[in-house]
Design a protein around this ligand. Structure first.
Ligand SMILES: C[S@@+](CC[C@H](N)C(=O)[O-])C[C@H]1O[C@@H](n2cnc3c(N)ncnc32)[C@H](O)[C@@H]1O
Length: 207
């Protein structure tokens, strides 16, 4: 039952519960989400190709899950793509697709095990969201991205969104750490399963 898995992932109170929810769901996640008409991967990868060129350099997929959003980037020639995720189960699905040059278990919201200025572009789909990766994740994504790199991510845009996420965008802009380049219209992201959930895709350029 799809809604149960989505609800469980959004209800997790601790990192351990979150990891367990996705480990449990990993092999059914993609069929479930596709049946719900999950649109974030197609929208975010289309936006990404407008703002990051395929020969820019290393791409970080932050909260890669099973990798749906990076499949189209790989088909378009983006290399190398490095994926990170909390869930070993989701990383295992991503590994099976053969599109990532590296996959690592890492936690957004904690220090990432990459040097400063490593990535030419960052994509993060469906992950920086309540009860998943916290708004503080952006600071580390900015640190590991090169100056001028674009960070492309989805954020919820419905009443269940928590105010710390939009507040972080504004705070980081006011601090001069990045600047907003583009944001999509709001769109229903799982219309056949969770019709009340909407998202926007945002693009920021690292200073
Ligand atoms: C809704 S899924 C999105 C997966 C994929 N990006 C997609 O759009 O299909 C959320 C993913 O975030 C991961 N996740 C949740 N909290 C995380 C955190 N703090 N750090 C890293 N990954 C996290 C989960 O394991 C899961 O794979």
């Amino acid at each position: 039952m799809n809604e149960t898995n989505v609800a469980q992932a959004y209800k997790a109170k601790t990192l351990r519960e979150q990891q367990a929810a996705y480990d449990h769901w990993a092999n059914k996640y993609e069929p479930d989400l596709c049946a719900m008409g999950y649109r974030v991967p197609s929208v975010i990868s289309a936006v990404f190709t407008r703002f990051v060129s395929e020969n820019a350099g290393s791409i970080l997929d932050a909260g890669c899950g099973g990798g749906i959003q990076s499949e189209s980037l790989s088909l378009m020639g983006y290399r190398p793509i490095i994926g990170i995720d909390l869930s070993e189960g989701m990383l295992s699905v991503a590994h099976s697709k053969g599109i990532y040059s590296e996959l690592h278990q890492m936690t957004l919201g904690e220090k990432l095990h990459f040097d400063d200025d490593t990535f030419a572009g960052v994509i993060s789909a469906g992950t920086i969201t309540p009860n998943h990766a916290p708004a503080s994740s952006f600071n580390e994504l900015i640190r590991v991205a090169r100056p001028g790199a674009r960070i492309v991510f989805s954020l919820r845009d419905d009443p269940a969104q928590e105010p710390q996420y939009p507040a972080a965008l504004q705070r980081l802009s006011e601090s001069g750490l990045w600047r907003e380049m583009f944001v999509t219209e709001s769109f229903f992201s799982m219309p056949y399963g969770e019709p009340e959930i909407s998202h926007r895709v945002h693009v920021y350029e690292v200073a």
